[in-house]
Design a protein around this ligand. Sequence first.
Ligand SMILES: Nc1nc2c(ncn2[C@@H]2O[C@H](COP(=O)(O)OP(=O)(O)O)[C@@H](O)[C@H]2O)c(=O)[nH]1
Ligand SMILES: [Mg+2]
Length: 216
Amino acid sequence: MDEEFKKNLKKFKKMAKLKDYIKKPQVIIVGRSNVGKSTLVRLITNKNVRVGKKPGVTLKINKYDMGNYILVDLPGFGFMTGIDKKVQDKIKDKIVKYIEDNAEKIACSIILIDAKAFPEIVDRWDKRDEIPIDIEMFDFLNELELNPLILVNKMDKIKKNLWDRHLDNIVELFGYPAPWRQWLDIVVVGSLKNIIGLKNITYKINNYVELYYKNY
Ligand SMILES: Nc1nc2c(ncn2[C@@H]2O[C@H](COP(=O)(O)OP(=O)(O)O)[C@@H](O)[C@H]2O)c(=O)[nH]1
Ligand SMILES: [Mg+2]
């Protein structure tokens, strides 16, 4: 084969791959630091993603090609001890900008929360008359019609007999009336440490990805 031709073919293949990549829908993961985002990414991708290491300080957006969609791990938002308020605002701005710029391509979004910490965090924000960033983010994702799913992680920290009451409380904080079981399309109960909730979330992701391909 002619050298020039080979070179062009290589270039063409690279471009085709890039085009394919751009066309693929995305599934984004958002949440505070330490809620289990990396754990979820590791479970979905089977890749050795770093878990539980120094949270949030990175602005990096990690993408994983899952074949029919791209999984996007966004940086952790919200207050973290030892991190400048300015840096935290910068992270939030970056996340919001990413979501706005890519809204057309996003098939669904996953917002992770820590089951035990979440009601306490909301309580603290309420006292300051402010909307907690998780709820603000959820409303934002809803407004953009990005099909947000709420993954309530670390349920192993909640006593089993209190699960219903705890989950009722959480859906109410997001603006949905109890009982929480009405919202099984949106809410996923998880203990990712014990692989609980993984099947449910991947099932929902795949449904939204299929729907995306049907509609576009
Ligand atoms: N108790 C409990 N801990 C979890 C669970 N899922 C993740 N973790 C732990 O929470 C910490 C933060 O997890 P990571 O995935 O790094 O969170 P990220 O900062 O949101 O990426 C790690 O020590 C995990 O092992 C869970 O379901 N239950
Ligand atoms: Mg992480």
